[in-house]
Design a protein around this ligand. Structure first.
Ligand code: FCB
Length: 449
């Protein structure tokens, strides 16, 4: 293998999200979020873990940025906690909340690290959930106001802004499956939720542009390839259906301005109809699409629970494959398929891979973490990404999930995704071997053999 050189100016970054790392849950006037409520509800998160302290990044951000600089990170994707900025989700911004992000952004710029801010990485103000959350159409207006506030306060210094992180995941797992906040289980209500998510995205893009016309805006999608579990025609049809329900529910309206006919047919027994005017709002032209990818899904035909059964097969194991600590199959071609699809079916948008990475056990020994499995994972996915670019995909950058080990939602602190190890009792940070390896890739802008 020869060295794989990446295009000039390719961005090398890492990502986190507010609730997963910040802590400081009751500081600076921060309001309650649905993830505070959910994680404090017994039985929802493994070991009863919460984000109250997490990586204490709220207090340690300056040291964290200094470490990013030392390790040569080119860009950093973080998220803004809506309940820090608007504690009850509405009304005038809370200065202390905005100030935290303003200081973070300044520290990043001073360190030569390009900031990418995600507006919504799942921590909805609880007060808005009490009014229905994404089940209420009002969420589009609430979110647009908040987006405008953040764009006004930080938009002069951000390099990119992302509206929503993974509509697919927080929509379905938060409002149908119930394993993520707010823990609602309402299949029949989902078509409204999904549409309001799309609408909130479109309104937020408009609000950001009204404040900062030149700030690049995108959305981060997790749209894994849906593979049939067997060669049967039923499974193939089920995989296409689930692809429409899970992936195209968001990809198509946002990028093509229409819901897929297969999906509308699936939803027609529920009496779902979407106003045409909404689609014009949803399909705002974007500057880039964020791709979050970890693996593929398997789908099996199941007559009684046609759509949800597909999720049960997420952890289907196959002989000869390797898996991460999440039980996710290591499959670089999953990322490749997503990138190829955006190029072929969605007009070849500019793309940033906004999340990709792996959880492994990562023990610390003598102050070091030899995470060869993570290095191998990243190498495999980056090589496949390189090929997608050679095939014509317009990928401009890549962000590892994650910069730090952190609160992995319903798994709590039991899963470690970081390039940097966190010892939670002492908050000691230890860069893993993968952090140094990644720094070298970034420095050379190339993957060595
Ligand atoms: C994604 C989330 C991110 C992290 C990774 C492992 O779905 O966006 O916050 O939990 O999975």
């Amino acid at each position: 293998m020869t060295e794989l050189q990446f295009p000039e100016g390719f961005v090398w970054g890492a990502a986190t999200a507010a609730y997963q790392i910040e802590g400081g849950a009751h500081e600076g006037g921060r309001g309650e979020s649905i993830w505070d409520r959910f994680s404090h509800t017994p039985g929802k998160v493994s070991h009863g873990d919460t984000g109250d302290v997490a990586c204490d990044h709220f207090h340690r951000y300056a040291g964290d940025v200094a470490m990013m600089r030392e390790l040569g990170l080119g860009a950093y994707r973080f998220s803004v906690a809506w309940p820090r900025v608007q504690p009850s989700g509405k009304g005038p911004p809370h200065p202390a909340g905005l100030d935290f992000y303003s200081r973070l952004v300044d520290a990043l710029l001073e360190a030569g690290i390009a900031p990418m801010a995600t507006l919504y990485h799942w921590d909805l103000p609880q007060a808005l959930q009490d009014e229905g959350g994404f089940a209420s159409r009002d969420v589009a207006g609430w979110f647009a106001d908040y987006a405008g506030v953040v764009a006004r306060a930080l938009g002069d210094r951000l390099r990119w802004i992302v509206t929503l992180n993974e509509p697919q995941i927080f929509g379905l797992f938060g409002y149908v499956v119930g394993t993520h906040a707010p823990g609602v289980q309402d299949f029949v209500g989902y078509p409204r939720v999904a549409h309001h998510i799309n609408l909130a995205h479109g309104e937020a893009v408009r609000a950001v542009r009204a404040e900062r016309a030149r700030l690049p805006v995108g959305i981060a999608m997790q749209t894994p390839p849906m593979h049939p579990r067997s060669a049967s025609a039923e499974d193939a049809a089920a995989a296409r259906r689930f692809d429409a329900f899970f992936n195209r529910y968001f990809l198509d309206p946002v990028l093509l301005g229409a819901y897929p006919p297969e999906l509308l047919e699936l939803l027609s027994p529920l009496g779902v109809r979407y106003p045409e005017e909404d689609l014009a709002v949803i399909a705002q032209p974007l500057d880039f699409v964020g791709v979050n990818n970890y693996t593929r899904y398997f789908v099996r035909h199941h007559p009684e629970t046609p759509l949800l059964e597909a999720l049960a097969d997420e952890h289907h194991r196959i002989d000869g494959a390797r898996y991460t600590d999440m039980g996710w199959e290591i499959r670089p071609d999953a990322l490749g398929e997503v990138l190829d699809r955006l190029r072929a079916d969605y007009g070849n948008p500019v793309v940033y891979v906004t999340e990709n990475g792996a959880a492994f056990a990562d023990p610390v020994a003598d102050g070091q973490v030899h995470d060869a499995d993570r290095v191998a994972f990243l190498r495999g996915y980056l090589a496949r990404l390189h090929r997608a670019i050679a095939d014509g995909a317009r990928v401009r950058g890549y962000f590892v999930w994650s910069w730090l080990d952190n609160f992995e939602w319903a798994h709590g602190y039991s899963k470690r995704f970081g390039l940097v190890h966190v010892d939670y009792p002492t908050q000691r940070r230890t860069p893993k071997d993968s952090a140094r390896w990644y720094a070298e890739v970034a420095r050379r802008n190339a993957l060595s053999p």
